[in-house]
Write a new protein. Structure first.
Length: 270
């Protein structure tokens, strides 16, 4: 394994010599020392080479007394510089779930190993991503007395204004959350005084799979049976193509695609 590293570094340095680039080194400690010295040119490399040559020629005997603890302290101090407390505090303030992923990963790296920490970080990130898509934070959008947009949890009976529901689904629509989408949407209209329009805010829906497309088509049919109009706002061109393939556009008509929430509101009022 060590020979493989040496062969790789030798080949890389051979190419660097012919191309006039910086020489390569596999030592993180030397890289950090170069950064700390603000080395940005080959002068730093030449200086390092000269110092190393002098040490090898004249100072090897005194260096044999250099304690391993001193070298360990140097490496430890470099490692301490890699810990970004300010950044971790910012993550804690903005996204607590991602903070715990970072904290657990750091603990595993220190206590077990770097490779194990990286693998754990990937697994935890995937789980967090799936959890967000499985249970998205959806909202019903409405307007206050000043015309400013506000949001509310999609509790049955919640309206954007009398007769209108604007429902924002906050992630891509897939088999993992299609049932969740259908239950929330039907819960908003299965009330004693159902709305006349149901508007899906699709701005955050970046993709829709087979199960998601079929679920939207079934929802459109169920709303039509209740004499509730279905419209889509903020759909991307890609999402429009997918909805076309699932037959949703044929069901609701091209005029039920609107570009903005204000346009959807005006279309409902007209």
């Amino acid at each position: 394994m060590e020979n493989d590293d040496l062969v790789g570094l030798s080949a890389a340095n051979l190419v660097a010599g012919f191309s006039g680039t910086f020489v390569l080194n596999g030592s993180p400690t030397k890289t950090e020392m170069g950064d700390e010295a603000k080395s940005h040119t080959q002068v730093g490399q030449l200086t390092t080479a000269a110092v190393v040559a002098i040490v090898l020629l004249f100072l090897t005997k005194p260096l044999q007394y250099l304690p391993n603890a001193v070298l360990a302290a140097v490496v430890f101090l470099i490692g301490i510089k890699l810990i970004d407390i300010a950044h971790m505090r910012e993550i804690l303030r903005l996204r607590k779930d991602e903070f715990w992923v970072a904290a657990v990963t750091a603990a595993v790296v220190v206590g077990v190993g770097v490779e194990q920490g990286i693998i754990l970080a990937i697994v935890l990130s995937v789980i967090l991503h799936v959890q967000r898509h499985y249970a998205p934070r959806d909202r019903v959008l409405s307007w206050d007395a000043t015309g400013r947009l506000s949001t509310s949890p999609p509790i049955p009976g919640t309206l954007s204004e009398p007769g209108l529901v604007v429902y924002r689904f906050s992630v891509g629509l897939s088999y993992a959350n299609a049932e969740h989408f259908s239950e929330e949407a039907l819960g908003l209209v299965d009330v004693p005084d159902p709305p006349r329009w149901f508007v899906l805010d699709a701005e955050a829906i970046d993709d829709i799979d087979y199960t998601g497309g079929k679920t939207v088509a079934e929802l459109v049919d169920q709303l039509a049976a209740r004499h509730i109009a279905f419209a889509v706002v903020g759909a991307s061109a890609r999402l429009r193509d997918e909805l076309d393939r699932f037959g949703i556009t044929d069901r609701i008509g091209q005029d039920r695609y609107v570009e903005s929430l204000g346009a959807a509101r005006n279309a409902f009022r007209q």
